[in-house]
Design a protein around this ligand. Structure first.
Ligand code: SF4
Length: 293
């Protein structure tokens, strides 16, 4: 069957826009974060490996497939044997594929460990997209991330040791107005300590049906406004002196799109944010209607 039929909703990182998407799992193995509604409509499950293998085989000979993304979130929660079998099939049947990407959380990364991840790397796993979201312990707890800062840092270390590229996402606004500075600075320090291959900051969006949205509606949680989000980005960057690599805050959810290489662009980006914050010039921010949420 070509192309493989996908069970919606399907999410993938922007950098996987032209990848062949194969669903190894359905839904999210955790599915409890208070701000996330991505997979609420799906029960987590691992698809029969035979079906996925059939999809790989159906792609053999299709021109232009250079990248494969294994969905849903997090497909890395599938058993090692399943991951290895699917990767081996991709390697054999789709020799032009240069990189296989996957979402993975700290639980699945740590469950696999360095040695098995290294074996998956040899079979073609090239990049893990990991969203620790914050480096602040209290915020992790409040949003029910199901992980500690230490575990998330350990997960980053394990991926680095396995020599797999690590793309790390943080979420501006996650601690609300009250925990804003604490979350932003702790997250900047976390990224600097974790040293991912790529780092990105997105902006939290309140999604109806989530616990965070309910608490916001009750008035017990306030989201920073656009200036507050920008202030968080400044605080985050101030703590990222030791991070070396690309840092993108240009996602459609962000108010001031920035695409930086650190440490080279850090000082100038901080100066730019300061200037925009002082100007309070709405014209310099991405208008609300154009934020692709
Ligand atoms: S944020 Fe990630 S880990 Fe949390 S529920 Fe959503 S998909 Fe699952």
């Amino acid at each position: 069957m070509w192309p493989p039929s996908l069970i919606e909703p399907v999410f993938r990182p922007p950098s996987e826009a032209s990848s062949l998407i194969l669903q190894l799992t359905l839904g999210c193995s955790w599915n409890r974060c208070t701000y996330c509604a991505m997979y609420r409509s799906k029960d987590f499950g691992i698809r029969p490996v035979k079906e996925v293998i059939e999809e790989v085989r159906s792609a053999a000979g299709v021109p232009g497939i250079r990248r494969v993304f294994l969905a849903d979130g997090d497909a890395l929660a599938a058993p090692f044997e399943v991951l290895a079998e699917v990767l081996a099939e991709i390697k054999e049947r789709l020799p032009e594929v240069q990189r296989v990407g996957i979402y993975g959380d700290s639980r699945s990364i740590l469950k696999l460990g360095t040695e098995r991840l290294s074996r998956l790397k040899d079979l073609g796993l090239g990049i893990i997209y990991f969203g620790p979201e914050t480096g602040d312990e209290a915020t992790l707890k409040a949003v029910i991330k199901g992980a500690t800062v230490e575990r998330q840092l350990e997960a980053a270390r394990v991926v680095r040791e396995a020599e797999i590229k690590l793309s790390m996402m943080a979420l501006l606004g996650l601690a609300g107005v009250e925990g804003s500075e604490r979350h932003a600075r702790a997250t900047g320090r976390f990224i600097a300590a974790a040293q991912p291959t790529y780092a990105a900051a997105l902006t939290v969006t309140l999604v109806p049906g989530t616990e965070m949205h309910d608490v916001w509606e009750s008035g017990a949680f306030q989201l920073p406004d656009r200036w507050g989000m920008l202030q968080e980005l400044q605080w985050m960057l101030e703590e990222m002196e030791d991070y070396r690599g690309p840092f993108h805050a240009n996602h459609a959810s962000n108010y001031l799109p920035l695409k930086l290489r650190l440490p080279r662009d850090r000082e100038s980006a901080i100066a730019l944010i300061r200037e925009v914050l002082e100007s309070r010039d709405e014209g310099r921010l991405r208008p609300e209607w154009s934020r692709g949420l």
